[in-house]
Design a protein around this ligand. Structure first.
Ligand SMILES: CC/C=C\C/C=C\CCC/C=C/CC(=O)SCCNC(=O)CCNC(=O)[C@H](O)C(C)(C)COP(=O)(O)OP(=O)(O)OC[C@H]1O[C@@H](n2cnc3c(N)ncnc32)[C@H](O)[C@@H]1OP(=O)(O)O
Length: 269
């Protein structure tokens, strides 16, 4: 049975609950208020994946501390508004490397989506092998509505999950799906009434994975995910430069500004 070496208490934005009986790590995202992704958060998540790999984790479940509210609100608007060029580059590189790493983990992965997961908030679930949603949440890649062209690796993750036809319609219309709709098109694999039930279902999925030889399973996973992994590895420097210049463009910066204002008005700030 795996043996925990890493000090998981060092992490600020996640709580890691390691079950030493079955080797399953439940990682609860807890970056208030809405688990938006900053460079610091992405750096932490990447380092966590390495620790889990070293500890020979048998399965990983992602969920959110902000139950029935938000899984992740996506990229952090505030950090990406008028960033320095160096920060923009670092952010895009961290987003790319974390998403790549999560897409090809040696251990099986599940997302328990216990709240909204718009735009970049959908990245963790899409990189995972299995998705379990709760009722009454929205999920989807609505980036086109922000004037953001998806990186190829992200479109490819969506295509892998819901098929090309559904992905084309979903991405081009910038749709955020209700949980029921997400289930119909395969964006989530199951719906659960509560987080507890969702976690049980996640454990059942991970236990099923155990009956397969670990290294054989990894070979098969990498083979089945080859089209996605190729997109991640294709012309990385050029892709990152494209994303940085998109982020720094007036159009995207104006869109971020507008969204920050909308959120402020909503709160009466
Ligand atoms: C920009 C990138 C450019 C190029 C990129 C190239 C490649 C990357 C590809 C991936 C791209 C992804 C783009 C994104 O992810 S952009 C983010 C999209 N996210 C959203 O539109 C969600 C916005 N938020 C909401 O809809 C709601 O907040 C939410 C439903 C999540 C929760 O609602 P609730 O009513 O519970 O809370 P609020 O009162 O709205 O918010 C609470 C506080 O949280 C702050 N907040 C919300 N979302 C974000 C965010 N994304 N970033 C930072 N902060 C966020 C909100 O302002 C409130 O803050 P305070 O007022 O309390 O300070």
């Amino acid at each position: 049975m795996p043996y925990v070496c890493a000090d998981y208490s060092k992490y600020k934005f996640v709580n890691v609950c390691w079950n030493s009986e079955n080797g399953i790590a439940t990682v609860t995202l807890k970056r208030p208020p809405v688990n938006s992704l900053t460079a610091e958060f992405l750096r932490e998540l990447s380092s966590l994946l390495l620790d889990l790999e070293k500890d020979e984790t048998q399965g990983l479940i992602f969920t959110s501390e902000f139950d029935e509210k938000v899984f992740s609100a996506g990229l952090d608007f505030k950090e990406l508004y008028r960033p320095s060029i160096d920060h923009a580059k670092e952010f895009m590189s961290l987003l790319h490397s974390f998403s790549f790493r999560l897409s090809c983990t040696a251990y099986p992965t599940v997302a328990v989506i216990n709240g909204h997961a718009p735009a970049g908030g959908c990245i963790i679930p899409l990189c995972c092998e299995y998705r379990i949603g709760l009722n009454n949440f929205n999920i989807g890649l609505n980036e086109l509505k922000f004037g953001i062209l998806l990186p190829d690796w992200l479109s490819s993750l969506m295509i892998h999950t819901i098929g090309s036809r559904n992905a084309e319609q979903a991405i081009l219309s910038g749709t955020l799906f209700s949980s029921e709709h997400a289930l119909r098109i395969g964006l989530v694999d199951e719906i659960a009434p509560t987080k507890e039930v969702a976690l049980e279902k996640a454990t059942a999925f991970l236990n099923k994975a155990k009956i397969v030889n670990r290294s054989l399973r990894l070979d098969a996973k990498l083979h089945l995910r080859r089209p996605i992994l190729q997109e991640f590895q294709k012309d990385i420097e050029n892709e990152l430069a494209k994303n940085v210049s998109l982020l720094m463009s007036d159009k995207v910066q104006q869109s971020l500004d507008a969204h920050i204002k909308i959120l402020k008005e909503k709160r009466g700030n």
